[in-house]
Design a protein. Structure first.
Length: 159
């Protein structure tokens, strides 16, 4: 069974997001072993200072890179990444599962991901050209992963 680790910055605060993520991860657990690693966001003293933001992203990047499971195929969610439809994502996950058995999906903070994390990823994935809050992205990713699993399994969920 494929192991999927979701590494994300920050915590889910709203109950509706917690419930939604829990529901999709419960469903996904029939197809893969799912685990979450939630890392704290770095505090930024001056949100208008690009250097402060860059330093925070690098510290977050260090934390992310140290938590990627050894041998995992890594996917960094970023707006400039490649857009895949659901069947393409399912095919990517199936291939990655066959090759390594482990995948790690990385969701950055409200300022995104460090360039080092993006460079280390096997795939830079854009869910949409639109921007979403990183907390909501955890729910969207959980649903997308479940949908991909049902496609691979030949289930009717995908329409």
């Amino acid at each position: 069974m494929t192991s999927i680790t979701i590494i994300s910055l920050g915590t889910l605060k709203e109950d509706y997001l917690k419930s939604g993520v829990a529901e999709y991860q419960k469903r996904l657990s029939a197809y893969a072993q799912v685990s979450e690693i939630n890392l704290p966001e770095e505090r930024i003293q001056n949100e208008n200072d690009p250097a402060s933001i860059s330093r925070a992203l690098e510290k977050e990047g260090d934390a992310i890179l140290s938590r990627i499971p050894k041998g995992a195929v890594t996917v960094a969610l970023c707006v400039e990444g490649k857009e895949l439809d659901s069947p393409e994502l399912a095919a990517f996950i199936a291939r990655a599962g066959e090759s390594s058995g482990k995948l790690a999906f990385i969701i950055g903070s409200s300022h995104g991901l460090s360039p080092r994390v993006k460079a280390a990823a096997d795939l830079r994935l854009s869910i949409s050209r639109m921007t979403f809050p990183h907390q909501l992205m955890r729910l969207i990713l959980s649903e997308a992963l479940y949908r991909a699993a049902t496609i691979t399994a030949g289930k009717r969920y995908h329409k």
